[in-house]
Design a protein around this ligand. Sequence first.
Ligand SMILES: Cc1cc2nc3c(=O)[nH]c(=O)nc-3n(C[C@H](O)[C@H](O)[C@H](O)COP(=O)(O)OP(=O)(O)OC[C@H]3O[C@@H](n4cnc5c(N)ncnc54)[C@H](O)[C@@H]3O)c2cc1C
Length: 138
Amino acid sequence: MKSKYVKKHECVIIGGGAAGMMAAVQLAGYGIDNCIIEHTGKIGSKILQTGNGKCNFTNLNMSSEMYQNKDNRLVMEVIDEFDVQHTLKFFKSIGVYYTQKDGYVYPHSKTAAALRYELILLKRKRKQFSMSDFFIFF
Ligand SMILES: Cc1cc2nc3c(=O)[nH]c(=O)nc-3n(C[C@H](O)[C@H](O)[C@H](O)COP(=O)(O)OP(=O)(O)OC[C@H]3O[C@@H](n4cnc5c(N)ncnc54)[C@H](O)[C@@H]3O)c2cc1C
């Protein structure tokens, strides 16, 4: 017998961290129905710890020397796909304005919770989503 709780999605994202949440809202922006499977009780919980709770979400001084990688060219190729300006523009578009110190960029409110909240809100706003799209697995 088919359970009434079974819901099909075009895409399933394992892990509701910063990367999973960004993937979810970007996919939704393209109209791709998706859900996040998160095995802790909270989506985006690590975001709350970043930058001592202030959330240093990007850096104005982005260069390959900042990364430990054998292939520095690849690092910048990946980053340039969604660079600092894209990041700032994206967060501004969802109402997260920024402040910076020595190139370290924080939400203007200097609270990681604000950024996490805006991402969750955006996920809800984009039509395909509701909180039921967050599955908690133990
Ligand atoms: C104390 C601290 C401070 C930090 N400060 C900063 C900072 O200031 N700026 C910065 O850019 N970065 C900072 N970081 C790093 C930042 O947390 C990571 O860059 C970011 O969280 C990575 O996001 P992610 O989505 O890749 O991984 P995560 O945030 O780790 O998310 C992965 C998610 O997947 C879930 N998961 C894992 N396996 C499964 C599974 N099998 N099934 C279901 N769910 C699963 C996890 O529970 C988690 O929620 C900090 C990290 C720590 C610990």
